[in-house]
Design a protein around this ligand. Structure first.
Ligand code: FCB
Length: 446
């Protein structure tokens, strides 16, 4: 096991969730339809034909879940469902949607939990998709209006905001490969979506800071190493995939330019001073890490590269992702080296799937998740000791939930959710993580 280094005082510890993955109640109290509702009800999109109509029913079980959150940690990251607040994406505000988030935010504050709010975690109002969604340049205006409402209604109590969750997943999975909503494919969708995501982050950041300079505003980005599937995999394939997954977002944000491989495809979407806007000094950057990606050359795919098979030398999570805490350390060191003006980092997601079941006493032992968290948090402590400015860590995720196209089979939670009864049962990793937080990262025995 890796050696643990002390965490800075006031290190931020918490768990992370997303509205669409837990809330359910998709037609309650005037909520509009999102692209994920449409996608889930399109045959062939989600494993086992599952959907998130009920999810964890968090919307109706808020009080119980607030108590659970408050006993887990002092910080909590969640997202707001755009179609709950603006059922048609723009225009009339749905006060009942606002009420729900007021109850959530007030309930957290009453229990001493600091909210960290993601404005957009993938559930775009369908009405905006019908106008072109992320492929339409006006998305940055629609988003600014939405963000303005959130800051206006909640900014008196919420200081920590994340604008977009993982632009690379939105663009590549939703607009390149079609694995995720809205299910679009091809460079003609991928490239405008990529640029408009970057533009929106820059514009919303500026709007929010002009409204209230003391807000703490970031955005979250996935960060995975790209590695060759075999020693024969051409470097160009690995570099291409690195652009698609990482550099198409980090380079504009932190360097004010697109990678050379991308520019020919994207330049037609860039206007006037866009590149000055995409380059943004966020107050913090949310980094989300799960596992390295092993890249295969594949001329039939965008940029001639695709996901290859994961190597055999690592143990795997329940989704077959290699367990490699050193890779997490390497990612953080690489970021620091590549981007000299990197803002402070918060790890806004990290976690793993295992095949968790309740035993005959109704308890859930998940020693593999404890080992995973222990080793990844130790790797994080090492990166901090080696000079990476990381201010916080949010485990993904509070409770087992709807894992997008994978449905409910993958269990990422610290809390087990019974699919039939929706009963919440904290796993042993939950207990372990609570102790870790109480000790500010001094690792308890698993
Ligand atoms: C991330 C998503 C999050 C969850 C984890 C496993 O890409 O942001 O919602 O699905 O993966």
């Amino acid at each position: 096991m890796d050696h643990i280094h002390a965490f800075p005082r006031h290190f931020i510890w918490g768990t992370s969730t997303a509205a669409y993955q837990i809330e359910g109640a998709v037609t309650a109290d005037g909520r509009g339809t999102s692209i994920w509702d449409t996608f889930c009800h399109t045959p062939g999109t989600i494993k086992n034909s599952e959907n998130a109509d009920i999810a964890c029913d968090h919307y109706n079980r808020l009080e119980e879940d607030l108590d659970l959150i408050a006993t887990t940690g002092p910080h909590y990251r969640f997202s707001i469902s755009w179609p709950r607040v603006l059922p048609h994406g723009t225009g009339q505000v749905n006060e009942k949607g606002i009420d729900f988030y007021n109850r959530l935010i007030n309930g957290l504050l009453e229990r001493g939990v600091t909210p960290w709010v993601t404005m957009y975690h993938w559930d775009l109002p369908q009405a905006l998709q019908d106008k072109g969604g992320w492929t339409h340049r006006d998305i940055s205006n629609w988003f600014q209006d939405y963000a303005h409402i959130l800051l206006d209604r909640f900014g008196d109590r919420v200081n920590n905001w994340m604008i977009v969750n993982e632009p690379s997943a939105i663009s590549l999975f939703g607009h390149g490969y079609g694995f995720h909503a809205p299910g679009l494919t091809g460079l003609e969708n991928l490239m405008p979506a990529t640029h408009h995501l970057n533009l929106t982050i820059g514009q919303v950041y500026r709007m929010a800071k002009s409204l209230c300079p003391t807000l703490n505003i970031g955005s979250t980005y996935t960060r995975m190493d790209q590695r060759p599937e075999t020693p024969d995999t051409p470097l160009t394939a690995v570099e291409s995939f690195d652009c698609l997954w990482n550099r198409n977002f980090y380079d504009p944000l932190l360097l004010g330019r697109y990678p050379a491989q991308t520019l020919p495809y994207i330049k037609r979407y860039i206007q006037n001073d866009d590149m000055d806007i995409v380059k943004t000094d966020l107050d913090f950057i949310g980094i989300q890490h799960y596992a390295a990606i092993y890249v295969r050359e594949d001329s039939a795919k965008i940029y001639g590269a695709f996901f290859g098979d994961n190597p055999t030398q690592f143990e795997k999570t329940g989704l077959g992702w290699p367990i490699d805490p050193d890779g997490f350390y390497d990612c953080l060191m690489h970021l620091k080296k590549t981007y000299p003006h990197l803002p402070p980092i918060i790890i806004t997601e990290n976690g793993a799937v295992f095949d968790d079941t309740l035993d005959k006493n109704g308890t859930c032992h998940d020693p593999k998740r404890i080992a995973f968290l222990k080793d990844y948090i130790a790797a994080l402590s090492r990166a901090i000791a080696d000079g990476v400015d990381v201010r916080g860590y949010f485990a993904w995720t509070l409770m087992d939930n709807f894992e997008w196209a994978e449905g409910y089979t993958p269990r990422f939670g610290l809390v087990h959710v019974d699919r039939a009864t929706l009963k919440r049962t904290p796993k042993s990793s939950w207990q372990w993580y609570r102790q870790l937080i109480q000790n500010n990262g001094l690792l308890p025995e698993g």
